[in-house]
Design a protein around this ligand. Structure first.
Ligand code: NDP
Length: 339
């Protein structure tokens, strides 16, 4: 997919159906195609374009090389009242999470919390779709994902961490859920790739070239270079925490252990994901969503220009009214891939 200016629009259902056909045409099961298509179309609709249709060639390449199993059937194991281990069996992370839905519901109802540890999984998307639905059900959700080693630890010269995103969602009284979703690198890798496509330089401090020198060239960062973590040594320690929660606690692999081997061109990281889902009423605070609302108002009163997630919600609303912007060139490529 290119970064060409959108010169047309498509509605969400049509885009989802087109993407579903692409996934099916490239060897996924029907259930996996449904889940990935809704996820990817949702990213495009919400303006999360670094994880929308731009990712389709990467999904297709990973499927075509056999790096990921598009028909994998996840194995769900509830190892304690609140701990759910899921082996994605080298499939995508989102169907693995969906397979655990019943176990999560049971754990939250009985224990007030569910810890979901997914391993042998490929997460190639934004994290907000994993957490926002829980907040819509009145629950808090926090998730960590590791990935491919392309981020150096603070002060280092060699990539060890993935871009290791974190997402958090909570209900807010009389409002949309509050959703924070961010990489622990200065920038998500998808954003660097979008800059490379547009040949636009990155801000100073974004990353290093392959010789370990500071670089603002997205091509140099992608060609054997690496990204920095956000926030100096403090961000680096948060990336460390994500790496352990997602890559080790789950029984999965660490970002630097990815090896594409024969699967040349594959792009999806084989990694892990940890989620925590919490029932806020167990904290003895029936008015939790009102407390969140109070804090959100105070942030705006204090001068914060907007809350996390608001840009996405505005984009979603716009797309619902007018359709999702798309270039004719990208639409043609999607239709070709759909067969
Ligand atoms: P951004 O820096 O664009 O945004 C991070 C968060 O900050 C979002 O919740 C965003 O809300 C919010 N935000 C942005 N600007 C403001 C502002 N001015 N005031 C208040 N809040 C603000 O995200 P990243 O580039 O770090 O990550 C992009 C995506 O990449 C994420 O969805 C992440 O999950 C995904 N990713 C996925 C990986 C994977 O392995 N699957 C790896 C790394 C990243 P809003 O969304 O409304 O702009």
């Amino acid at each position: 997919m290119t970064t060409q200016q959108a010169d047309g629009r498509i509605n969400f259902d049509d885009l989802r159906s087109l993407l579903r056909n692409i996934f099916l045409n490239h060897g996924t099961s029907s259930i996996v195609a449904d889940i990935l298509a809704a996820n990817c179309a949702g990213c495009e609709r919400d303006g999360a374009i670094s994880h929308g249709i731009f990712r389709i060639p990467g999904y297709v390449a990973s499927l075509a090389t056999g790096w990921v199993d598009g028909k994998a059937e996840p194995d769900v194991d509830r190892t304690s009242p609140s701990f759910i281990r899921i082996d994605a069996r080298n499939g995508f992370a989102q169907p693995a999470l969906a397979a655990g839905a019943e176990a999560v519901r049971t754990a939250v109802e009985s224990a007030g919390i569910a810890i979901i540890a997914i391993r042998n999984s490929h997460h190639f998307s934004a994290l907000w779709p994993d957490v926002e639905p829980f907040a819509r059900d009145g629950l808090l959700a926090l998730t960590f994902v590791n990935g491919l080693a392309n981020v150096v630890p603070h002060g280092g010269h060699t990539a060890v961490y993935g871009t290791n995103p974190i997402a958090f969602a909570t209900p807010v009284a009389d409002a949309e859920p509050l959703v924070v979703d961010q990489a622990t690198s200065v920038m998500a890798n998808g954003e660097v790739r979008l800059h490379a496509l547009a040949n636009s330089p990155l801000p100073p401090g974004t990353g290093l070239d392959s010789a370990g020198r500071p670089s603002t060239d997205p091509h140099a960062i992608l060609a054997g270079g690496a990204l920095n973590t956000f926030g100096g040594y403090k961000g680096s320690s948060i990336a460390l925490m994500v790496e352990l929660m997602a890559g080790a606690l789950t029984g999965g692999q660490l970002s630097f252990e990815n090896d594409f081997g024969e699967c040349v061109g594959a792009q999806t990281p084989k990694a892990g994901q940890l989620l925590m889902v919490i029932d806020p009423t167990r904290g003895g605070n029936a008015g939790f969503a009102q407390r969140v609302s109070l804090l959100c108002s105070r942030l705006i009163d204090a001068g914060q220009d907007r809350l996390p997630g608001q840009r996405r919600y505005a984009s979603r609303l716009n797309a619902q009214r007018l359709g999702i912007p798309i270039s004719q060139d990208n639409l043609f490529q999607l239709r070709t891939l759909a067969g």
